[in-house]
Design a protein around this ligand. Sequence first.
Ligand SMILES: Nc1ncnc2c1ncn2[C@@H]1O[C@H](COP(=O)(O)OP(=O)(O)OP(=O)(O)O)[C@@H](O)[C@H]1O
Length: 348
Amino acid sequence: MSLQVDLALERGDFRLSVNGALPERGVTILFGVSGAGKSSLLKAIAGLQPCRGLIRFDDRVWQDEHQALPAHRRPVGLMLQRPTLFPHLDVAGNLRFAARRSGATDGRWREVVALTELQPLMERGVAGLSGGEAQRVALARALLTEPDLLMLDEPLSALDAERRQALMAVIARVGERLPVLYVTHQLDEVMTLGDHLWWLDRGGLREQGPLAECLAGLHGPLAAGGQAAVVLRTRHRGYDERHHLLELTLGDAVLRLPAAGPRGDTPRLKVAARDVSLALSPVRDSSVLNILPATVDALRDLGHGQCLVRLRCAGQWLLARVSTLSRDRLGLRPGVALHAQIKAAALV
Ligand SMILES: Nc1ncnc2c1ncn2[C@@H]1O[C@H](COP(=O)(O)OP(=O)(O)OP(=O)(O)O)[C@@H](O)[C@H]1O
């Protein structure tokens, strides 16, 4: 474990009480509805919001009942939702401030500026920056502090799609070295970046654990919001040039999805429960390309004639949303063996 917290605070009528631990590395998605307490939690960990209780990182105590390290002595790279940059300094000045504090090398400086594509903006005053530009400066500043823990509050919300993709890759790489606590409401960021999940609900940590496990729960955070989906870890198999289909394997089964060209990585696939249909026997005369043998693990009635089915499939979890009529017709119950069907286009 890296960060361990057992803290509590009040802000007006709101009460936050969190007991959690972050793995040594990887991106932990801090998920929760607006007002759940995400920003308050990040500020408390960073030392910007007074709180009670224990905060420790590895064997260093940042706060206990006797003492609290001031914010500037905690090795945290923090990017808040509305980043505050120094208004009297230009972009370079803002970055230099962070680099000096951490003693970042010239090499690191060049690397971060290149990753965040800030070179053309270096001489600009920060007052005139767009929301997305200011976010990139704040992200660069957080990276330049050479932190032991990186905490980002919706860091990409103002960026265009292309930059979001590029910076997600940057953040994922940072997560290979250190723990990243990452607030987002965006499903694609959850799925692309998340290794672990902290689900904050009304000031308390309702769930914490590996992302794939947490999402596959019938009462998981996305299921609660009607957007149930899982992440599958697949292996690259090949590329069908003729049909422009990427081929991946999941256990013995082959998954196919439209792709412009071959990719050599082992992609994570987001599969929404609404894109999965079920059949008791493998359908051979259907346009559906992806048919996976699976076993029903558990079911949840969602009301309004809808039902969420949790399936075990090649050692991983899959969710399917079907009507209660289909559930009854197929006789779905735990232990039933069936075939899960996923349209290739739904996997893009
Ligand atoms: N200075 C304050 N005084 C009183 N209440 C506050 C103060 N700051 C925050 N709160 C309340 O604390 C609760 C948690 O706020 P917080 O900003 O941590 O939530 P959040 O999960 O980050 O929300 P969002 O996703 O909208 O940013 C909210 O109910 C908010 O109104």
